[in-house]
Design a protein around this ligand. Structure first.
Ligand SMILES: [Zn+2]
Length: 117
């Protein structure tokens, strides 16, 4: 499994600059390893919506130490493609969840809450 540092080295080879220019974005994609320390962590951010979310967080572009502007989406697409070979949708990941009874155990709303609705 590639470390964010190695993804950042790959970005440098593609677009120039330094590892530190790209490392925060790659680290953000893999931050979900603190929840599940195996490949399943990728379900949280390694998809098309995750790439667009990275753009919202880091901006449309970053400026490398070499002065080049690089679209954040390009960096996200690079990361996800290097890990998965393609860019899935979030729905592709969610469809793999095996439904369990606790996932759909709705409770009645309290009367007080219903009165407010
Ligand atoms: Zn990753």
């Amino acid at each position: 499994m590639a470390h964010p540092y190695h993804h950042a080295q790959s970005s440098v080879r593609k677009w120039g600059g330094q590892v530190d220019d790209y490392l925060p974005i790659h680290a953000w994609f893999d931050e979900s390893k603190k929840i599940v320390a195996d490949f399943r962590h990728r379900a949280l951010r390694h998809h098309a919506e995750g790439i667009f979310l990275a753009e919202q967080i880091f901006g449309t572009t970053i400026t490398t130490s070499g002065g080049c502007q690089i679209p954040v989406r390009w960096i996200g697409e690079q990361h996800v493609t290097e890990d998965l070979g393609h860019i899935p949708s979030a729905a592709d990941w969610l469809r793999q969840i095996q439904p369990r009874p606790w996932m759909n155990r709705s409770q009645r709303l309290s009367r007080q809450l219903v009165a407010q609705l």
